[in-house]
Design a protein around this ligand. Structure first.
Ligand SMILES: *[C@@H]1O[C@H](CO)[C@@H](O)[C@H](O)[C@H]1NC(C)=O
Ligand SMILES: *[C@@H]1O[C@H](CO)[C@@H](O)[C@H](O)[C@H]1NC(C)=O
Ligand SMILES: *[C@@H]1O[C@H](CO)[C@@H](O)[C@H](O)[C@H]1NC(C)=O
Ligand SMILES: *[C@@H]1O[C@H](CO)[C@@H](O)[C@H](O)[C@H]1NC(C)=O
Ligand SMILES: *[C@@H]1O[C@H](CO)[C@@H](O)[C@H](O)[C@H]1NC(C)=O
Ligand SMILES: *[C@@H]1O[C@H](CO)[C@@H](O)[C@H](O)[C@H]1NC(C)=O
Ligand SMILES: *[C@@H]1O[C@H](CO)[C@@H](O)[C@H](O)[C@H]1NC(C)=O
Ligand SMILES: *[C@@H]1O[C@H](CO)[C@@H](O)[C@H](O)[C@H]1NC(C)=O
Length: 601
């Protein structure tokens, strides 16, 4: 109690009186995992003064109502298509029941937390508190440890099980960080970064035929520029508006800073008209904007250069969300632990009345390292954005059917659930059915790029909009193919794809090539933003959550990719086939056709 009063400066007697309410109330395990995921080793007890930023999720009893709205306003065959909800409407549908709010308030008060110590999300469905490890251990009847990940050198403070008073189980969905060991990372395969030394010395001259039947510079077969993407995806000559209200946004995490000097140099090379312009910087949860050249992030540079370069003069936003750097165990005593940054980013955007209508995110985790409870809540947040008319794109992953941690050919993939059996490793948030997952292609004519993340979710069932397309793919597999390695009833990944190899960017003042589904997500997002631009000019609402449109009326606006495969986990992965496949989804955009379809939807 001394420590508590010291921390929160509150009255000991009040805290003691409140604590009495929970006396004798039995703690019961809320969530546990078999052990830390592969690669993590328990090192030492967590220092008692280490600060943890605990996020507590209160149930959303009306989420199914929100989901129903999402399906209706996103379905081009429904009379409510485009009738997006307001922030107030989605907040009301995400809100917890007052009984849950009261019960959790009482519990927190019993541990000395007054209203002013709690940070609540806009819908009041998340509460954040800062607590020392010692108090978190008491509240959750658990013991935190420092875990070490040899391959990355990261250390984190986690546990493998936590408990809550039994009466609170129905009022709390989850508390994190506890059992989450995800290693959220940028989906740019560093494997493929190559500086200027490997630039194609003499790009081929002349033209070749692109997927839409138009002419494309032959050099686009080995070097991807803004001009190439406009040509390949049939959007040459389409002009966007700077002032019609349309916006595009990129997310940055993990100290990835978008460098403006790099952006300007890129514009000089690839879009001189945009030279001198930049983006709106938005700091989330203390994210900074470090413009030192040495702090430029390859992921953030890629995302901003291609998305803003393709859609210029559409106003762009770059969100910089603070994420904990890897800990140095020696300094852990006075440092603090956060959650994964998606939830902070979601808290922020969901609290804003106006959100850019197309947003790309090139970050992800192995689905199995994100607890089901947490993945579900984050996914629900994306549903709320979709219902509000925002299109959210995620890279599908850079490890084919595996996790991208190792050479796809030799990679071993094991489940985390204690069974330790071999299984494919889908990525999250790409596996969330309320986002558009973007896989990768290479060359002209386009084929699947070998690392294109694809497969099937083990958490989320196949959504109705995928029914026919995904069943068609499964029906074509030879009987018994990869039996037991994937969940044939799961949400199929990806939905669509775009070029993902040999993107020519400027990074720390130097031109060089980069590859990864980190290239394809901002690319696809740019064409979605152009579609929104056309819809806004025509007086129509934006496209919002895209998938129901893409799998129905938009289908003929996508170039089907039928060659290539995505090896991983010691297998050849899936094959790209006619129709949807678990490598390139429905295919790549044909902008002019999609525009006609989107304007008619
Ligand atoms: C939430 O659901 C309850 C029970 O079904 C209903 O009474 C209430 O009106 C709903 N709230 C909203 C905001 O729709
Ligand atoms: C593009 O490059 C690929 C791989 O080198 C090659 O197979 C293909 O024929 C090229 N495309 C054209 C149109 O030459
Ligand atoms: C786009 O803008 C350019 C430069 O202002 C102009 O030459 C071109 O005609 C415009 N294209 C369309 C389709 O309006
Ligand atoms: C970014 O653009 C804004 C508005 O045009 C400008 O004020 C600012 O100086 C620019 N920042 C840099 C670093 O060029
Ligand atoms: C910005 O980045 C540079 C280079 O990495 C670093 O030296 C500097 O401390 C950073 N500044 C801040 C405010 O973090
Ligand atoms: C933590 O902070 C305390 C008080 O400021 C200080 O005495 C101690 O040396 C710090 N520990 C570490 C490991 O930095
Ligand atoms: C899982 O099984 C593999 C292969 O049998 C083995 O190498 C690995 O150590 C096992 N991992 C765990 C956590 O038991
Ligand atoms: C992929 O296609 C090759 C060549 O047709 C075939 O041998 C292989 O079995 C297919 N793989 C799958 C998973 O369907």
């Amino acid at each position: 109690m001394m420590r508590l009063s010291f921390w929160l400066g509150l009255s000991l007697s009040v805290a003691l009186a409140r604590a009495a309410l929970y006396k004798g109330c039995q703690h019961k395990v809320k969530e546990s995992i078999h052990g830390p995921p592969r690669g993590w080793v328990k090192q030492s007890p967590a220092p008692p003064n280490h600060i943890i930023e605990l996020k507590i999720a209160l149930p959303q009893p009306n989420f199914s109502v929100l989901e129903q709205h999402l399906w209706e306003v996103s379905d081009p065959d429904h009379e409510r298509y485009g009738a997006h909800l307001s922030k107030e409407e989605t907040d009301a549908l995400m809100a917890p029941h007052q009984d849950s709010v009261d019960a959790v308030n009482e519990w927190l008060a019993s541990h000395g937390f007054a209203a002013e110590h709690l940070i609540r999300s806009s819908a009041k469905d998340w509460i954040t508190i800062r607590v020392p490890v010692s108090l978190a251990e008491e509240m959750l009847d658990t013991t935190y440890h420092v875990y070490y990940h040899a391959e990355s050198g990261d250390s984190i403070v986690r546990t493998t099980s936590y408990s809550l008073p039994e009466v609170l189980h129905e009022h709390i969905d989850l508390v994190q960080p506890t059992i989450m060991f995800g290693r959220f990372r940028g989906l740019k395969s560093t494997l493929h970064w190559a500086g200027s030394s490997s630039l194609a010395s003499s790009p081929a001259s002349g033209t070749i035929t692109g997927p839409a039947g138009n002419q494309v510079d032959a050099s686009c077969n080995n070097t991807i520029t803004l001009t190439c993407l406009r040509q390949i995806y049939n959007a040459v000559g389409y002009n966007t508006s700077a002032t019609n209200g349309n916006k595009i946004a990129l997310t940055g995490y993990l100290g990835q800073y978008a460098n403006i000097a790099d952006l300007e140099m890129f514009y000089q090379y690839q879009n001189p008209a945009a030279y001198g312009t930049n983006f709106t910087f938005v700091s989330v949860h203390g994210g900074i904007n470090n413009q030192s050249m040495a702090a430029a992030g390859i992921e953030a540079d890629l995302d901003t250069q291609f998305a803003l370069g393709l859609t210029y003069p559409t106003p762009g936003t770059f969100y910089s969300t603070y994420g904990s750097p890897p800990f140095i165990p020696d300094a852990m005593e006075n440092s603090s632990s956060d959650n994964e940054p998606y939830s902070y980013w979601l808290d922020y955007v969901l609290s804003q009345p106006d959100v850019p209508q197309a947003i790309s995110s090139s970050y992800g985790d192995d689905e199995q390292t994100v607890p089901y409870s947490y993945a579900t809540r984050v996914c629900n947040g994306f549903a709320a954005l979709g219902a509000r008319g925002v299109s959210i794109m995620f890279s599908s992953g850079d490890g084919g059917v595996g996790d991208g941690d190792a050479d796809p050919a030799t990679q071993e993939c094991y489940t985390n659930d204690g069974r330790n059996v071999t299984a494919f490793v889908p990525g999250f948030p790409a596996s969330c059915p309320y986002v558009t997952a973007v896989g990768g292609t290479v060359n002209v004519p386009e084929t699947a790029v070998f690392f294109s993340g694809g497969g099937f979710s083990n958490y989320f069932p196949r959504p109705a909009y995928q029914g026919t397309a995904v069943q068609g793919f499964l029906d074509k597999l030879a009987p018994g193919t990869y039996e037991g390695l994937y969940n044939p009833y799961g949400r199929g990944i990806p939905d669509v794809s775009a070029q993902a190899y040999n993107f020519l960017i400027v990074y720390q003042g130097e031109e060089g090539y980069v590859a990864g589904t980190s290239c394809s997500s901002p690319t696809f997002t740019s064409f979605v933003s152009m579609l929104n631009d056309a819809r806004i000019d025509a007086g129509l609402p934006t496209l919002g959550f895209l998938n129901p449109f893409l799998y129905s009326k938009g289908l003929t606006g996508l170039n089907d990719i039928t060659e290539g495969n995505n090896p991983g986990c010691g297998t050849e992965g899936f094959n790209s086939t006619i129709g949807w496949d678990a490598v390139t989804g429905l295919g790549t955009p044909n902008f002019e056709t999609l525009k006609e379809l989107a304007l008619a939807a």
